[in-house]
Design a protein around this ligand. Structure first.
Ligand SMILES: [Cu+2]
Length: 466
């Protein structure tokens, strides 16, 4: 039998020690929280996970540090759905510091997609990337994207193009900070989420050549979006141009219902999840010996939970211990040797296994999937295209030449209009959740202590190199 104390000490060992730049921690699909760390590739090293990429020709520009390492789960997301990405300055604590990022950061936010033949093995570095969203300086709000991100509590909503063919995609977030060009240089913060997109077509997305880029390679140090002097230029009179290609958003009829995900599926028998770890029910027991065996199984799973927990946290592990393993130990000790109790049922609530959502989710209305004009990039009605440009299911649908399927938007203008991103209220369970006592007691450490960025433009530390 393993002792509670031993595992309790693991909790401390593996609790994350976030440091302070920014990291993508959480994906919401049509407002539904997929769980902290779930489907997201982030560095397992809490001291590095929020750091910028070292050098713009580094392969890590594609999906971030350790970004070529797949995670177990791939989140289903219908074509045309609204995704919300949550960014945090401190990976396991969304309300610490400025929330998503220190206000010293000035620059842009962009989202790229890459369709991959194999979500686990296709190298994220290389060709096939296209940009579906970008935001630099919003002149209507007089706000740089990072400030907007702070206003929106780190929650960034965008829609997936409705014309994406069914398949596996890496969705790449790129936050570029150029406030310290003369010192640390451009800071690129990059992560990827693994998605299975159900679209109404199959095959390969056909990207116009001028909108398809290789990453690394999509940006140069001499690009105007990198060299822009944020202290001497006024973005209201000298517009800021976000780096990378023009936006490409294929439009189409939207999702299909018969697309079947086969890889990265979150198992049906998952009774609790933390990031990309899932708990399975313990073996049945009907005597003392079996009871302790079930207990061992529970603690062994807990061990795996903590060792697999990314810097976004281990709240689910704590729930597993308190609501499952501790209970089984109590049963074994008290002679209650029939179990497990509540066999096969979910343990705790989804919201207990993630950090509280720090604010309202922008851009998700009451009807999931309905795009809000002015919040996400609107897409026109699908163009009549017959059977479309994505022929067959053989993965060779490109080159069919049905160019009318694509809608090419250059979106230098802000993707939001008017005031704050006010939306129709989403059910409060999706938006704000009061911290439970469990969460309040979660072993969130404050460690680290390194401050990523200072507010002065004279800040000189070489990013990620010391
Ligand atoms: Cu920084």
């Amino acid at each position: 039998m393993r002792s509670n104390l031993f595992i309790a000490s693991l909790a401390t060992t593996f609790a994350s020690l976030a440091t302070a730049h920014t990291v993508l921690t959480t994906v919401f699909v049509n407002g539904i929280n997929q769980g902290d760390g779930t489907c997201i590739r982030m560095s397992k090293n809490p001291d590095r996970a929020t750091f910028p990429i070292e050098g713009i020709n580094n392969a890590n520009m594609a999906c971030g540090l350790e970004g070529a390492t797949p995670v177990a789960f791939t989140c289903p997301a219908p074509a045309g759905s609204t995704l919300t990405f949550a960014f945090r300055e401190w990976a396991d604590e969304p309300t610490k510091g400025a929330g998503p990022i220190d206000p010293s950061h000035i620059g842009s936010v962009a989202i790229y997609l890459k369709q991959v033949s194999n979500i686990a093995t296709t190298n994220p570095a290389g060709g096939g990337w296209f940009k579906i969203y970008s935001d630099g300086y919003d002149s209507s709000r007089k706000q740089w994207s990072a400030k907007k991100l702070i206003t929106d509590k780190g929650l960034l909503s965008f829609s997936l193009p409705s014309g994406l063919p069914t398949g596996y995609y890496l969705a790449r977030s790129e936050i570029l900070a150029i406030h310290d060009i003369s010192g640390s240089g451009p800071q690129f913060f990059v992560n990827c989420a693994q998605l299975f997109v159900s679209g109404s077509t199959t095959g390969t997305v056909s990207i116009p050549s001028d909108k398809s880029v290789s990453i690394p390679g999509h940006v140069k140090y001499s690009d105007p979006g990198v060299t822009y002097n944020v202290y001497e230029s006024n973005p209201d009179t000298k517009p800021y141009k976000v780096v990378g290609p023009a936006i490409f958003r294929p439009s189409g009829p939207g999702p299909s219902t018969n697309a079947k995900q086969t890889d990265g599926v979150i198992p049906a028998g998952c009774i609790l999840k933390n990031a990309n770890w899932c708990a399975k029910e313990v073996p049945d027991y009907s005597n003392e010996n079996e009871c302790w065996k079930a207990s061992d199984d529970c603690w062994a799973q807990l061990d795996k939970c903590y060792t697999s927990a990314p810097p976004s946290g281990s709240r689910g592990c704590k729930v597993w211990q308190e609501k499952k393993c501790d209970k089984i130990v109590d049963s074994c000790r008290s002679g209650d040797w029939k179990g497990p109790r509540n066999k096969g049922q979910k343990v705790g609530s989804e919201s207990e296994s993630s950090a509280p959502v720090p604010g309202r989710i922008p851009g998700v209305g009451v009807s999931p999937g309905v795009e809000e004009p002015g919040v996400v990039i609107p897409e026109p009605e699908p163009v009549e295209g017959g059977d479309g440009g994505y022929e067959g299911g053989n993965g060779e649908g490109e080159g069919e030449g049905e160019e009318e399927e694509e809608e090419e938007e250059n979106v230098p203008a802000p993707t939001t209009t008017g005031e704050a991103v006010v939306v129709t209220p989403v059910p409060t369970t999706l938006v704000t959740r009061p911290a439970t006592t469990t969460e309040a007691a979660a072993p969130v450490t404050t460690g680290g202590g390194k401050k990523g960025c200072k507010k002065s433009k004279h800040y000189r530390r070489r990013a990620g190199r010391d």
